[in-house]
Write a protein that binds this ligand. Sequence first.
Ligand SMILES: [Zn+2]
Length: 565
Amino acid sequence: MKYSKFLLKTQKEKPSDVDSTAMSYMVRAGMIKKVSAGLFHYMPYFNMIMRKVEFQLRRAMESVDCSEVKFPLLVSKETLEKSGRWNAFGKEMFKLADRNQAEYAISPTNEEYATLVAGSFVRSYNDLPFSIYQIQKKYRDEIRPRDGVVRAREFTMKDAYSFHASEEDLSAYYKRMAKAYTDFFTTLGIKTVPVVADGGAMGGLYCDEYMAIGDEGEAEIAFCDKCHYGANLETVEINDTFKEDMRFKGNYKEVITPDTKRIVDLVKMLQREPSDFVKSMVYNAGGQLVMVLVRGDREVNEAKLAKLLKCDSLELATEKEIKSIGSVMGYVGPMGNLKNVRIIGDYEIKAMTNFIIGANKPNVHYMDVNNADFKCEWADLRFATENDVCPRCGGKLRVAMGNELGHIFALGTRYTDKFKTTFVDADGKEKIMQMGCYGIGLERTVASIIDQHHDEKGLVLPLSVAPFKVDIIIVDTKKENQVQKATELYDKLEENGIPVLLDDRKAGAGVKFNDFELIGVPVRVTFGRALENGEVEIEIRKTGERLNAKVDDAYKMVCKILKNL
Ligand SMILES: [Zn+2]
């Protein structure tokens, strides 16, 4: 491709109306142009990357014997009513009516159509298992489209569906698909963590989300590099590995601490670390008052607390309620004569000694408090943090932001039941098919590639997705020798099937160098002043490494570099 003929308009300035780094680079690298909230023009350079991603995706689907279909975008109300999703999907699903007032939805995902296909093609267990997928645009009426292409109203999705004679066969296939997902993301250079997830509107037996790790993201996740455990931070269990320290009793003393209802004020006044304190929070859990103790630098994980107490509503207690247990707001603690309150300490406190805690009197805390000084139950009540112990293998946990790129579901008979999708099994009996479904959002995948592969100058695209592997820069297009030699290399690379961009624009060299860095072409070959000595300059984008080569060796050299990238 010649740059002078290519619609690729980069911009130097950071766009002001975007909310993520990946998005900012996509706008600057001329990949997308926002039309309105959640709608974008996808420009040629973006589409070229998408084609690379789709190529790898089709290979991944082939590797699990999944073949490509194409379903209609429109699904009738009757079909979606049969699965129960016409109402269940809520306002995010676009609905419309035809001229005869027949109602349709723009398909959110295609479980219904896939099930119909299974129903019409499968007769006996001999026809199973089979698996189909499509790559198609989807539409969601998002309340607040944000993060650019990550939560757009229109996006491309790969949705696959598999059908099986037994739950065991579904489970075996699910594992193959999970591996294909991991391999696919690895090929694109994206680090993902599979996270056990909640099925939501899809329903089913079990499911996993594939979260791309990044500095920015939709959800906080914890993961373990040792055993590949991953989970949403909120749900990570912390095992009780702490031994209760009961050596000291009665060593505590009062300390006067006026106006220190917040830990920060206390830390300042007593010149101690937040981890030297124990926070005591009182909750009203469906009418029952509960005091929760966590280390001063921790947050109470209310989801864990609600689960432990088996209650739906959890509210912080009012000043009046705190008074009713015999305490004072801002100075709550587990010691003294308290009534009508259940006290639960986080496991971690077991191992603490000589800590500071509220004394249930105005403006007073106790110092040098130990576990033997009060009684409580113990439970896992906080959020996991970096370096906490992995609940599965005992390794160290890491915490990062994650973006969901894919979601796989073992649906079981959730849909096939409703559509009476049966087959005749080996025993001659008619049975309901087992089903799985497997999605990947493609624009988000591109955004994650950029999120994980950029520097301050722009994209650093992995070879597997780079639309051009080589960027040939002609420094001065008025110099015939530069044009001629650059074109020769360009032709040779093209002939040999190496995608190449020839920057033949009538622009300054600085502009061309900046664009090379911004759009992230893996290798640059520059035809400039060095050509007078029969040389070109080669730069590797990823490492910034530069070297000079004889112009006649340039082709060989570029091939060698690409091979080793
Ligand atoms: Zn682990």
